[in-house]
Design a protein around this ligand. Sequence first.
Ligand code: ADP
Ligand code: MG
Length: 271
Amino acid sequence: MTITATADRSADAQKTAPEQAARMIGGVKVYGTGEAAVRALDEFSADFTAGKFTAIMGPSGSGKSTLLHCLAGLDRLTEGRVLIREVDLSTLNDRQMTLLRRERIGFVFQSFNLVPTLTAAENVVLPLTLGGHKPDRGWVDALASSLGIADRLGHRPSELSGGQQQRVATARALVTRPDLLFADEPTGNLDSKSATELLSQIRQAVDEYHQSVVMVTHDPRAAAFADRVLFLADGKLVEDLADPTADSVLDTIRELETKDAGFLAHMHIGS
Ligand code: ADP
Ligand code: MG
């Protein structure tokens, strides 16, 4: 009897506990060795709830890109664990990792990483063609149009501005409707109208398709589109802000600046 009751309670607990799209537990990432070693992530732990939009902020060099790369299985932690849904990434070999990324994860790189020999349209559908899937023309057109790149699809990356390349990279990450989307400063090269369009598209992915998003940004207005903002400094989680507004994000940055001079100076606010 006792056993049944316990089992029931834990089943109830599982029903009410929020699902985690990704988790990092005690994440440490060290680049290099000896004197040259850099501890880019230092005992970082966080849960990323499914169907939520999380922004990551912090000074340049604080470990934001490293965090995203390790969460997305593009790089491996030195210590600690990453779980994508129920899968512990340390248990996967390279091929299994590639498949998991292809099936579940979209990534917008800080440096775009478009294939120079392919047109914008071919770049956008690449994750589908690589996986042997046929692109849904209607969805590709809708994405291109809401990201403002519909008239640029026939061009190669070298013929596009930085902002246009960034939007092509975002369309490519969204085209598979990934369970988890990682975006590394996706509005870094955009004017405010294009940034708003892109952020609305990401917000829609979360609200309409229950996708989970983790986005690095320097812009408090971009962070305000998220459900939560995590602040990093020196590879550590230093603040966790719920339901952000541009003002509450700025207040948090100012508060962190009083504890750690230089935080604000390295945020590139307004740049
Ligand atoms: P952020 O994205 O917040 O600017 P990064 O994650 O890119 O920070 O970098 C965190 C720290 O790790 C920095 O000190 C950076 O110089 C270092 N770093 C990042 N990538 C490498 C690498 N491949 N090799 C050596 N050091 C690196
Ligand atoms: Mg970075």
